[in-house]
Design a protein around this ligand. Structure first.
Ligand SMILES: [Zn+2]
Length: 273
């Protein structure tokens, strides 16, 4: 236990001794267990007046550090898992991690780009960030045509180990085993995150040449485009898991166009809003 005493050149001494947070937590725990102040004072060297003050002002207790399910001694899956699957989809498409400031390199900013055209998606992005990493203020940064939704935490890299230098399509993107558990459990949420960022649900117009003249038909379809072959593969595997027929319409574009496949994907994704 570390105890330090500030240099007090004025000589005016009023409870000048400062105690480490660990020692304070230890003493408070002893008091809560019913041990007398006198005994605690003798065993710790803390004055009874200070112990009395700590007992009377519990709000001044040092807050425990927020726990991270991935850093914990027994690591666990982050919660809520459905929101994690959705946020992973957004992150792989339009997210990045950077240091919150150069002075404190232990805090990271998770930044997700959301188009101005879809305010509902911005709110949904902020909601899931808050659900997964509660207690951290969510901020926004406006850019031409889009908004960055930002959350700060020391532990975002634990939840997005795909973080690395360079663009995602220039490096290998693989999910860790615990992430695969989540996206296999919540494929609909993962697909929703992917399609809500760089996906598109729109109406295709097709012309048919008939004897009586041309006729135009309209039908809804989904497209998902990405430069990363790894991310396209993850999208394709997830659509397979959902039982949604798809094909590559171009090297970098996945298309879902069959009527029953669009109806099925509508159950999980739907139009942007
Ligand atoms: Zn962590």
């Amino acid at each position: 236990m570390q105890i330090w005493q500030p240099r007090n050149v004025s000589g005016a001494c009023h409870n000048a001794i400062m105690y480490s947070p660990d020692l304070r937590r230890h003493a408070v725990a002893l008091m809560e267990s019913g041990i007398s102040l006198r005994s605690i004072s003798i065993s710790t060297g803390i004055s009874r007046a200070t112990l009395h003050d700590w007992r009377e002002h519990p709000v001044a207790r040092v807050k425990p550090r927020a726990s991270c399910p991935r850093c914990a001694r027994q690591s666990a899956l982050p919660e809520p898992q459905a929101d994690c699957a959705y946020l992973l989809g957004l992150y792989l498409e339009d997210g990045c991690l950077s240091f919150a400031s150069t002075r404190d390199k232990k805090v990271w900013k998770l930044r997700i780009i959301c188009a101005d055209a879809w305010p509902g998606l911005q709110q949904e992005c902020a909601r899931v960030m808050d659900a997964i990493s509660p207690g951290h203020k969510i901020g926004t940064q406006q850019w031409p045509g889009c908004v960055e939704v930002i959350s700060r935490s020391r532990h975002w890299p634990c939840l997005f180990p795909q973080h690395g230098p360079g663009r995602k399509h220039h490096r290998k993107i693989e999910l860790e085993e615990w992430q695969l558990v989540i996206v296999r459990k919540y494929p609909g949420e993962f697909a929703r995150g992917l399609f809500h960022s760089d996906g598109w649900r729109g109406v295709n117009r097709v012309r048919r040449r008939l004897a009586g003249g041309d006729r135009w038909y309209e039908y809804p379809r989904y497209q998902f485009s990405n430069e990363s072959a790894d991310i396209l593969r993850l999208c394709g595997e997830t659509l397979d898991r959902l039982g949604v027929a798809w094909r590559y319409s171009r090297r970098t574009v996945i298309s879902v166009a069959r009527r029953e496949a669009v109806v099925r994907l509508d159950e999980f994704v739907g139009p942007k809003y």
